[in-house]
Write a protein that binds this ligand. Structure first.
Ligand code: NAD
Length: 496
């Protein structure tokens, strides 16, 4: 453990909430341990916020929205976002360590996530001054479409990319002029709470961003139900997403949802073979497979099916599983005991439903015995109607399926309740275009897997979500459009 983390360990903010620009105590006594999934040690205790705490945070956000933030120009908002980005880059080592200690993801991945989070703040910092409505001239009047922030946004995020998911939520909301109450996952509340200590230096007025930690059914539910919240942005499981949408209906709150997936990764026989193997491999095993967009269904044209299977098995054997703080590690432990049990159950289910060709159990070894490690697992000849092919595992478990024609690959790819992402590997441009038009997913990668550039829209079709994050549209999700009608004639108007 580095000295830097020891210093952070003592940081009082971990047992506090961040409300109205200050680290404050909870009105309740409940605390949740944050467990290191590598060795099951307790890293810190986070507040399990009460409904009263949530009320304080929403009230602060409401007052900031009507006060300081409303009076802050778009240019200043942009500059604040850039300074938050700079803080992320300056504090990268310390924040990456917190991410890795709480989530188990390899330290190299955490460092890259922090850089991506900074890029997200930089993009929306630039966009802040470029948001505008439009004007139409009609007879006797001008009609303006004015963009205004929605108000107070409740943002609820998962544990798999803690800081990046926080950036995807905070940056567009602040760019649009909203104020925020963010609830990180109870598994990984530390890194974003640590970042909050840089907000005042960045120039963020008190109350613009508030962070409450705690359980979903507690703090999360109180936030969703709070009448002072105007918009809910949620990333997490479909089950919780559906529940939130129902609760939000009572107050007709605006809702965006980023949910799960079972994404097809389609490898055609004419693909660049090595590139396709690389992409298929990290498409499912990166971040221990704990990715919403993981290419968990690998569809392979039958003429190269055996070759792809052999190459994937050989390459997956070489993945370096190890202590997440080791810079050489490629796969760390799963986030928690509960998630480990879930993924293990899917490994067993897969054995009953398909042909196991690699892994299928707990990963063991001298350095791994106290961690929630599982083996990279590959099932071959999977039936697309089996549970292992339909349900999101959210772990390093790949399903291989052969196909004989593009029509069949498209049909298999689309035959899923989800529609988050798809990858297609081919050198034939017309083939690639056919796939991009026909696949019913929010993202289609051609000859790549998993990039999520901040410039492009992100989100799912079908049960993978509602609305889009990132890109220009990411800010639109935090804006209302107001019509202003300007009568240009100083004349009596009579009875219309
Ligand atoms: P989860 O749904 O269990 O929890 C997500 C968040 O919701 C947590 O902060 C949790 O505390 C909160 N929550 C739980 N119950 C709640 C309730 N009743 N009211 C309000 N909040 C509540 O999901 P998870 O296990 O943290 O994350 C994994 C899931 O996230 C996977 O399904 C994955 O696909 C999805 N995900 C999607 C994307 C995307 O961009 N589409 C990105 C990352 C993760």
């Amino acid at each position: 453990m580095s000295g830097k983390f020891d210093a952070m360990h003592e940081e009082p903010s971990f047992g506090k909430l961040f409300i109205n620009g200050a680290f404050v105590g909870s009105t309740g006594a409940a605390r949740l341990p944050v467990i290191d999934p590598f060795d099951q040690s307790t890293i810190a205790h986070a507040v399990d916020a009460t409904a009263e705490d949530v009320d304080r945070a929403v009230t602060a956000a409401g007052e900031a929205f009507e006060g300081a933030w409303r009076e802050t120009s778009a240019q200043t908002r942009g500059q604040i976002l850039w300074r938050i980005a700079a803080a992320l880059r300056e504090r990268s080592a310390e924040l990456a360590e917190l991410e890795t200690r709480a989530s188990g993801k390899p330290i190299a991945d955490s460092e890259s996530d922090i850089a991506d989070a900074a890029t997200c703040f930089e993009y929306y910092g630039g966009l802040a001054t470029k948001l505008h409505g439009d004007v139409t001239s009609i007879e006797g009047a001008m009609v303006l479409a004015v963009k205004e922030p929605v108000g107070v946004a409740a943002q609820i995020i998962p544990w798999n990319y803690p800081m990046l998911m926080a950036a995807w939520k905070l940056a567009p909301a602040l760019c649009a002029g909203c104020t925020v109450v963010l609830k990180p996952s109870e598994e990984t509340p530390l890194s974003v709470m640590a970042l909050a200590s840089s907000f005042a230096d960045a120039g963020l007025p008190p109350g613009v961003v508030n962070i409450v930690t705690g359980r979903g059914e507690g703090a999360g539910a109180a936030l969703v139900d709070h009448p002072g919240v105007h918009k809910i942005a949620f990333t997490g499981s479909g089950e919780v997403g559906r529940h939130i949408m129902q609760r939000a209906a009572a107050g007709l709150k605006r809702v965006t949802l980023e949910l799960g997936g079972k994404s097809p990764n389609i490898i055609c026989a004419d693909a660049n073979f090595e590139a396709a193997i690389d992409g298929a491999l990290f498409g499912i095993f990166l971040n221990q497979g704990e990715m919403c967009s993981a290419g968990s269904r690998i569809l392979v044209e039958r003429s190269i099916y055996a070759r792809v299977l052999e190459a994937l098995v050989e390459r997956a054997r070489d993945i370096r599983i190890g202590p997440p703080m080791d810079p050489e590690t490629q796969m760390g432990p799963l986030v928690s005991a509960r998630h480990f049990e879930r993924v293990r159950a899917y490994q067993e289910l897969g054995k009953a439903e398909a042909r196991l060709v690699l892994g299928g159990g707990r990963a063991t070894g001298a350095a791994l015995d106290r961690g929630w490690f599982v083996e990279p697992t590959i099932f071959a000849d999977v039936n697309n109607h089996s549970r292992i092919a339909r349900e999101e595992v959210f772990g390093p478990v790949a399903c291989l399926l052969p196909f004989d024609s593009d029509e069949e690959a498209i049909a298999l790819g689309n035959d899923s309740p989800f529609g988050l992402a798809a990858a297609v590997w081919t050198r034939d441009v017309f083939r690639a275009l056919r796939f991009t038009r026909r696949l019913r997913t929010g993202v289609v990668w051609v000859n790549h897997s998993q990039p999520a550039p901040v410039e492009g829209p992100w989100g799912g079709f079908k049960q993978s979500g509602l609305g889009r994050e990132l890109g220009r549209g990411g800010a639109d999700a935090y804006l209302e459009t107001k019509q202003v009608y300007l009568n240009t004639e100083d004349q009596p108007i009579g009875w219309p």
